[in-house]
Design a protein around this ligand. Structure first.
Ligand code: HEC
Length: 110
């Protein structure tokens, strides 16, 4: 391998590693865009204050959903997004499975 190529690969790897903590992953960045478009009208992402639905800051750290018993896992969060819970509308016909996955990746960062 040519030295310049090796060096630029190394630099790219280091930049990526350094940015990983401060920046959202690509999936989470897409998820944030979907959140801002579809979810932010009812959910705060930066606080636990209720809007129309519960504030989602620290959702994964919180451990259980607002009902106090359902564990917060990728499966239960995905289920809630797909099927909603009155008055939250279901999103399984509006969002692709990939978009829901990206949303979950974003929610984990809150
Ligand atoms: C029309 C308003 C509305 C929209 C739009 C909406 N939600 Fe909700 N959401 C709610 C309400 C209200 C609840 C609480 C339901 C309950 O537990 O009784 C909720 C609950 C949730 C929960 C469970 C929170 C908890 O602690 O129990 C998650 C996760 C969630 N919503 C994610 C989303 C995502 C992601 C989107 C966008 C795709 C979204 N919601 C769009 C109103 C909304």
């Amino acid at each position: 391998m040519r030295p310049t190529l090796t060096l630029s690969l190394l630099a790219a790897t280091l930049t990526f590693a350094a940015g990983a903590h401060a920046q959202l992953s690509e999936a989470a960045t897409h998820g944030k865009a979907t959140f801002d478009a579809k979810c932010a009208l009812c959910h705060n992402a930066d606080s636990t204050d209720k809007k129309i639905g519960p504030g989602l800051k620290g959702l994964y750290a919180r451990g259980t959903l607002a009902d106090g018993t359902t564990k917060v896992t990728d499966a239960t969060v995905t289920e809630r997004i797909e099927n909603g819970k009155v008055p939250m509308p279901p999103f399984k016909d509006q969002l692709k499975p990939e978009e829901i996955k990206e949303l979950v990746e974003y929610l984990k960062t809150l």
